[in-house]
Write a protein that binds this ligand. Structure first.
Ligand code: MLT
Length: 329
């Protein structure tokens, strides 16, 4: 008798928990959702966050997504904030490849990207491009490389902090041309772009969404894209590989995560809302004109993001260790 009672109480409790999670998901979102973008306002990450965030707000219908720029330390400050947030689906992290490079760069991270988050899905992919201030004395990529090599102690390279995509590109470029140059860290490539346009820094490697309009306006010089294939949004730029950097291939991907422990029905709601946003022509077209491609529906899923993250950690870890770079903390 006692055994039966115990089992039926456990079953009732389990049913109660399930139904409260389902009820919770039905109410979700019950307030605005904060999407943490761990780089400064005005950069590529911020631009992508605002476009995708608007698409998700439209899909939610009842609640807005607000973007919170919590910058610093290559995206790790914002990431730690989300890892520690209430796991109720109302705080999300939108971050890119630095989710996979930071574990090798920051020895004392306050979170484990593979354990302290619930993956929602991959979001977009886009190339970066090598760009310089208007006065940079090179008319093509090979002259650009030759000038950097010949003036390595004079030129300065700006990036968004150790672990950022612009830092990773600089690390790969420095290895590819076997030349070390001065690097200047900012809290995002929004501020970098302001100083590049102003001529205070010499060159960077920034994501297409932050480069397209500035190159077409002639505010900066573009030399090559980092992807294996040319970018429709930057038609005049060759690829770095076509221009002599054999095997150079860097595409920046973004993923969306919630804190570990976010109930599955809530994660499911976030997945369907992300997928609806990525299928929205207004979102797709706006991102495409800026050089970013929304991922296919089957990749905007927790399993696809989790598998991609683990593959990227395995890919970049040895590259970073070989480069002998860590962020002293
Ligand atoms: C970077 O990784 O360089 C950042 O994405 C730039 C930014 O978004 O500010």
């Amino acid at each position: 008798m006692a055994h039966t009672t115990k089992t039926s109480i456990a079953a009732a409790f389990a049913a109660l928990t399930l139904s409260s999670a389902a009820a919770h998901a039905q109410d979700f979102p019950s307030k605005h959702v904060t999407m943490v973008m761990p780089y400064a306002a005005g950069g590529p990450g911020d631009t992508i966050a605002r476009i995708v965030g608007q698409g998700m707000s439209n899909a939610f219908k009842t609640q807005q997504i607000i973007i919170e720029n919590t910058a610093g330390a290559g995206g790790t400050v914002g990431s730690a904030r989300v890892a520690a947030a209430q796991p109720d689906g109302h705080t999300l992290l939108l971050i890119h490849v630095s989710a996979a490079t930071n574990p090798a760069l920051y020895p004392n991270l306050k979170y484990d990207q593979t354990k302290d988050f619930e993956p929602v899905g991959l979001v977009v992919e886009l190339p970066s491009a090598f760009v310089a201030k208007k006065a940079f004395p090179a008319t093509n990529f090979s002259e650009f490389v030759a000038y950097v090599k010949a003036n390595k102690d004079k030129v300065n390279y700006a990036h968004a902090g150790i672990g950022s995509a612009s830092h990773l590109c600089g690390l790969l470029f420095s290895a590819a041309i076997d030349t070390k140059f001065t690097q200047v860290a900012y809290r995002g490539t929004g501020p970098v772009m302001n100083d590049l346009i102003g001529g205070q820094v010499d060159f960077t490697c920034d994501q297409a969404v932050n480069v397209v309009s500035n190159v077409s306006a002639g505010a900066i010089k573009g030399y090559a894209v980092t992807s294996k294939t040319k970018a429709a949004a930057l038609p005049d730029l060759p690829t770095a590989e076509q221009s002599g950097l054999k095997g150079f291939d860097l595409s920046i991907w973004y993923g969306l995560w919630a804190p570990k422990g976010t109930p599955k029905p809530v994660v499911d709601k976030l997945v369907s809302t992300l997928q609806a946003a990525l299928a929205d022509p207004a979102v797709k077209d706006k991102l495409a004109t800026l050089g970013a491609t929304t991922v296919a529906k089957e990749r905007a899923t927790p399993s696809a993001l989790d598998a991609h993250l683990k593959a990227e950690i395995a890919k970049w870890g040895p590259v970073i260790k070989n480069a002998g770079v860590t962020a002293a903390q």
